[in-house]
Design a protein around this ligand. Sequence first.
Ligand SMILES: Nc1nc2c([nH]c(=O)n2[C@H]2C[C@H](O)[C@@H](COP(=O)(O)OP(=O)(O)OP(=O)(O)O)O2)c(=O)[nH]1
Length: 159
Amino acid sequence: MANLTRKLLTLALIKDGQRVLLGYKKRGFGEGKWNMFGGKVEKGETPEYAAIREVKEESGLEVIGGVEQIGDLEFTFDGEDFLMHVLVFQARGFSGTPAESEEMRPQWYQIEDIPYSKMWKDDEFWYPIALRGGKFKGKFHFQGHEVILNHTLEEVEHF
Ligand SMILES: Nc1nc2c([nH]c(=O)n2[C@H]2C[C@H](O)[C@@H](COP(=O)(O)OP(=O)(O)OP(=O)(O)O)O2)c(=O)[nH]1
């Protein structure tokens, strides 16, 4: 395979007991889908810092106590020459009240009500691991944005 341009991005799990905060993406990549908060890691930022910044920008919440990495995901798309490397973090704590931003409309979901049919198709594979406190590594190869052609996923102890 030709060399792929790698993009480094973040996602952050905000979990409060048996509910999680998701955001409806109003624009950009993944528009129209529910997702965790996150985005590109900018030059000079650590992924952890970027994750905390995106949570603030997109949900209005302040992360308290930092974030812990829980996932490492790679996404490729058939016929496309880029690879999206997404580091998944969990906020150790948070404060504030979710507020709609230009990019995301936040909403709390009970774990059993997570709207997988309106999310990226890979999410239903790795959310269950994340939601029970596990760590995971996975690779998903898409055709378009809705079909997974193949994938690997493993639970890991650490990264
Ligand atoms: N759950 C899930 N999230 C994904 C998948 N693919 C993918 O890029 N994402 C996430 C990673 C990022 O958090 C987000 C895409 O970031 P983005 O390019 O829209 O960045 P952004 O809108 O934040 O742009 P910016 O604010 O950094 O300018 O979507 C996926 O298959 N599943």
